[in-house]
Design a protein around this ligand. Structure first.
Ligand code: FCB
Length: 489
């Protein structure tokens, strides 16, 4: 944990787990002894993000993004890694589609780099940037793979950060202009959009925790940014619908079920607050036109909420995208902690990762039940919305053996068990339409650089060569059969 703990993402903020108590339930409680069938038409996909895979950071008129600036500034990223080249998907995208074909996938979640489209964050579109995504979309459709487009996965044009970034209300207007360009340019072929990827993560880590771009550490900037992003979400939703009435529009939210560390009343209240801020701070303004009860009071003035704003944040999202990796254990801080830190007074919650399950190579607890719990809670609390699992996955750093095979059995176990948990939620009424493994490729993992491998395909970062891992082959079988095969005894 950092000195100023991230409000939303305490266990992702340093992308490491803290110490938590946990409830002591077994991690593996979903039967996988027999095959589990999924409904016809279920989407089997992978997810990526522009900055994490594309490279070509200043090619074809692309402008500088906050991640270009952040990674080029020494001291921010492990091993001084950058996304300048990454997986070079800007040039090797056809190989990426070939991998998806080899895995029989029918959905690909990728994001559009705003600074490729508007290098300075406003004005007329850069044709070469649009061409790249046009080609990608056409090739996906030809391969019978749904293009599932994230409009913003964290690479804000640097020029907009220089003008105040997400805490500046005008950024919402700029975002809507950009979204309109995309809806007009791609919306004849792309029907499924996500407005944001993990708004909680990028405002928290970027404006409060400072470990992600743009690297600010300010509670005021953070509070303002959350509101501007909620406004941008509502306005962007309406802009897409105006341009493309048949589009299906949602957002990909990072979620993690929040369990109280003990049965005490104080820890239960802490868990409720943790849920409100971690999971639904960017959902309730859209669905219900209000902020959930996460803080001890709503700092409306500090957040610069204006009359009429909560009407503007509203958006009847067509689906709720869930990114889920692990659970969160919440507890109440002691009185001394509360009075000595302004932030803990406003948000009196400590959040840690669980401790009972096995751990991935980056320390995250593997806990399949987290996916079941979260999907069931969203299903119950919001009247059974359509859900897409927009990300789930694990960092295991297995590399090729002497014969070049990548035997990542632990990743197979992860996806098998998370899918079994998901299937159980679906049997109990959750309306889930797709699952997107994070990620197609090993890629640039933000502040961790290239030190964590999440891919179903291995990437040799020297040559750029891609090789399907055992998990990729296994996932391909899942997609082909539309069923998770029984675990071998
Ligand atoms: C999520 C991000 C994604 C990736 C995974 C591991 O929080 O959306 O870009 O970094 O974590």
């Amino acid at each position: 944990m950092t000195a100023l703990p991230g409000v939303f993402t305490s266990c992702t903020s340093s992308k490491a787990n803290g110490s938590g108590a946990g409830s002591g339930r077994p991690a593996q409680e979903f039967a996988t002894a027999s095959a589990i069938a999924f409904p016809k038409g279920f989407f089997w996909g992978t997810a990526t993000a522009s900055y994490q895979i594309e490279g070509a950071w200043k090619e074809d008129g692309k402008g500088e993004s906050i991640w270009d600036r952040f990674t080029h500034t020494p001291g921010h990223i492990k091993n001084a890694d950058t996304g300048d080249v990454a997986c070079d998907s800007y040039h090797r995208w056809q190989e990426d589609i070939a991998l998806m074909r080899a895995m029989n996938l029918n959905s690909y979640r990728f994001s559009i780099a705003w600074p490729r489209i508007q290098p300075l964050g406003s004005g007329s579109p850069n044709a070469k940037g649009l061409d790249y995504y046009n080609r990608l979309v056409d090739a996906l459709l030809e391969a019978h793979i749904r293009p599932f487009v994230t409009l913003y996965h964290w690479d804000l044009p640097q020029a907009l950060e220089d003008a105040g970034g997400w805490p500046n209300r005008e950024t919402a207007g700029r975002f809507v202009d950009y979204v309109q360009i995309i809806a007009r340019a791609l919306g004849d072929r792309v029907t499924d959009f996500m407005i944001f990827n993990e708004p909680d993560a990028f405002v928290d880590l970027g404006y409060l925790d400072g470990t992600h771009a743009p690297g600010r550490k300010s509670i005021l900037d953070f509070l303002r940014a959350t509101h501007v992003v909620n406004l941008a979400q509502g306005e962007a939703f309406r802009a897409i619908k105006a341009a493309r009435p048949n589009a299906r529009v949602g957002t990909a939210l990072s979620m993690s079920p929040c369990e109280p560390a003990t049965d005490s009343e104080a820890d239960k209240i802490a868990a409720d607050r943790a849920h409100a801020i971690t999971n639904v701070w960017f959902l309730e303004p859209a669905l219900l036109g209000r902020y959930p009860d996460a803080l001890t009071f709503l700092p409306e003035t500090a957040m610069r909420i204006q009359p009429g704003d909560m009407e503007k944040t509203k958006a009847a999202l067509d689906f709720v995208g869930i990114n889920l990796y692990y659970r969160t254990i919440a507890s109440a801080p002691g009185t001394t902690e509360r009075v000595t830190h302004a932030q803990e007074w406003l948000f009196p919650v400590k959040m840690d990762g669980g401790q009972q399950g096995p751990r991935a190579d980056n320390g995250w607890e593997v806990w399949p039940k987290a996916l079941y719990d979260m999907v069931m809670r969203i299903t119950r609390d919001y009247n059974r919305p359509v859900i897409e699992i927009t990300e789930s996955g694990c960092a295991y750093n297995d590399g090729p053996d002497a014969s070049g095979v990548i035997r990542d059995a632990r990743r197979i176990t992860y996806h098998r068990e998370y899918l079994a948990a998901l299937a159980q939620a679906m049997q109990q009424g959750a309306d889930v339409r797709g699952y997107h493994a994070w990620s197609l490729l090993d890629n640039f993992e933000w502040a961790e650089g290239y030190s964590q491998r999440f891919g179903l395909a291995y990437v040799d970062f020297k040559s750029g060569a891609r090789t399907l891992k055992d998990s990729g082959r296994w996932y391909g079988e899942v997609a082909r059969r539309n069923a998770v095969p029984a675990a071998k005894a």
